[in-house]
Design a protein. Structure first.
Length: 558
């Protein structure tokens, strides 16, 4: 018997349909064990013995482990087929260690998409457990346990806050810092002058005097300028340019969460839950199959296996002129490029063919992924951009219009991206147009907006904080623990959110900050690549952290 172990029951059901009778596919139902709460500070980590972890079966998993041990003893070969990332690698190692699997009796296999051909290809290309990936995940878990347990205890004792975390607390700090910027912001007045024409229909905004751009921040000056304007405007220039409008790259975990938030109104947690189901496989009538590739990735690469058929599909369905190319992203040091971007497993499986098999929300997310992927492989949209400059008593006014001359990728993506034409009248240089309707409007500068969930995820990613798989948990944690409220889809820190952030910064500004947290992500990457010793990283962290924490407990004045 050949035993295949995956995490998810849904995934095991899908894969079992692809394999012959000599295979048995079972699920560990996620992690089977975690750090205990034994030892110093209840960490489950021996901080005095090179951070040796102590693992125990997770609650409710003893029965699963017993059944897996029995099956493992009966198996001729065991395939550890947990998710293809660091977390999945760690789960495979925990299974290997807990089930007492022999080195010559197992293989580690990776399934980046749950389709029959890819599952068979994964089984045909096994490897052994990558212990550098395991060390990286274990180091992250130990860091998060130490900071989470010990800082959370401090916060609970001194502030009433429920928890603190290595990345969670930095995310909260960003929200708090932004709120304080808003509170301190002093609006400044500025003025705009607009000429409104009926024949031809046109609006034109003042932007320059004697061809030098101006800003009007004084009301008296604005009124003086308006008084100098006559009713006649002369067309100074009409500039027409053709511009290309390129589609965005395929989805990563982060960009999927952002786009699903802004376009579909899905919280990150909901997006990832639905994406998990689409990846693991659903019954679509004639077959049970995975509908998208693995959804935890920060790569935008698409495989040749997909792009070849996709280009052919685009040409046959839409025409050769709509065929684009594989887009390249700038190299980002944080990107783990082992995966592809998130894409459908088949270009032929368009959303309309699945509407009878998916829930409305599943269909919405699948459609977003499908059309984003197709758009990324399509030709640029082409636009004509026209700029008209009018002159009135040496004051210049500007109007800009855009017309889409070729829809390109917008043919499939216009439902998610604005694609309206702004048509300007056909004017000639030297032509005079007139109006008595010149408006003067007062405006006030605004602070940076509060973070929406999508914007906070984008900020964390750009700062190099956290990993794609952590963003959904961070977003839900800061809400569920009462540190932020959501008002008009924006994060507003609560009183306890302010207090927790301030107290952490009082003593732990050297650890709970953007630079330190981003550098720790870099070090975890280096551990995964075998370039850095994980024990050294833990010692360097803990020596500073432990000293600072003792000082905080002795000196906190709350």
């Amino acid at each position: 018997m050949k035993l295949v172990i995956v995490e998810s029951p849904a995934k095991s059901k899908t894969i079992e349909k692809y394999l012959g009778g000599d295979y048995k596919v079972v699920s560990s139902v996620g992690h089977i064990r975690d750090l205990s709460t034994k030892g110093k500070y209840g960490l489950g980590v021996d901080v005095d013995n090179d951070f040796k972890p102590d693992y125990l079966p997770m609650p409710g998993k003893k029965k699963v482990i017993t059944e897996l041990k029995k099956l493992a003893k009966e198996a001729d070969i065991i395939y550890l087929a947990t998710d293809p990332d660091r977390e999945g690698e760690a789960i495979s190692w925990h299974l290997f260690d807990t089930l007492k699997i022999k080195e010559n009796n197992y293989e580690r296999v990776l399934f980046y998409e749950i389709t029959k051909d890819k599952v068979l290809a994964g089984l045909a290309n096994p490897r052994k457990i990558d212990f550098n990936l395991v060390k990286s995940q274990e180091t992250r878990r130990i860091l998060d346990r130490i900071i989470g347990f010990r800082l959370s205890k401090l916060m609970q004792n001194k502030t009433g806050g429920k928890s603190a975390g290595r990345v969670q607390s930095v995310a909260l700090k960003l929200v708090v810092d932004r709120e304080r910027e808003i509170q301190k912001f002093v609006p400044e007045a500025y003025y705009t002058i607009t000429a409104n024409f009926k024949e031809p229909e046109l609006k034109s905004d003042l932007f320059a005097f004697n061809n030098k751009e101006i800003e009007i921040k004084d009301k008296a000056l604005a009124e003086e300028i308006k008084s100098k304007l006559g009713r006649d405007f002369t067309v100074n220039s009409v500039d027409r340019k053709s511009k290309n409008r390129a589609s965005k790259l395929p989805f990563t975990t982060s960009t999927l969460q952002q786009e699903a938030s802004t376009k579909l109104g899905f919280p990150a947690k909901k997006t990832m839950s639905i994406a998990q189901k689409l990846y693991e496989g659903l019954n679509i009538g004639s077959e049970h199959t995975g509908l998208i590739t693995y959804m935890r990735t920060d790569s935008v690469r698409l495989s040749d296996d997909f792009t070849g058929p996709a280009f052919k599909f685009i040409e046959e369905k839409l025409g050769k002129e709509y065929v684009g190319h594989t887009k390249k992203a700038k190299k980002n040091d944080n990107v783990q490029d082992a995966h592809e971007g998130i894409r459908p497993t088949s270009v032929l499986r368009n959303p309309s063919s699945l509407k009878n098999y998916l829930t409305p929300d599943e269909l919405k997310l699948y459609s977003l992924i499908y059309y984003r992927t197709m758009a990324s492989l399509m030709a640029d949209a082409k636009t004509d951009v026209t700029t008209i400059i009018l002159d009135n008593n040496n004051y210049q006014f500007k109007s800009t219009g855009t017309i889409i001359t070729f829809d390109g990728y917008l043919k499939v993506y216009s439902q998610y991206e604005e694609a309206n034409d702004t048509v300007l009248p056909d004017l000639k240089v030297g032509e005079v147009i007139s109006t008595d309707d010149i408006s003067l409007d007062e405006h006030f500068t605004k602070p940076k907006p509060r973070y929406s969930e999508a914007k906070l995820i984008k900020e964390l990613e750009e700062l190099g904080i956290g990993r794609p798989s952590t963003y959904a948990t961070i977003m839900s944690n800061i809400r569920e623990r009462g540190y932020v409220e959501v008002v008009d889809k924006k994060f507003v820190p609560t009183e306890i959110g302010f207090v927790v952030t301030d107290k952490l910064q009082e003593f732990f500004s050297n650890i709970i900050n953007v630079k330190y947290t981003a550098n720790m992500e870099k070090e975890l990457d280096e551990i995964a690549e075998g370039e850095l010793d994980n024990i050294k990283v833990l010692h360097e962290f803990y020596d500073v952290f432990d000293t600072t924490l003792h000082e905080a407990f002795m000196n906190y004045d709350c």
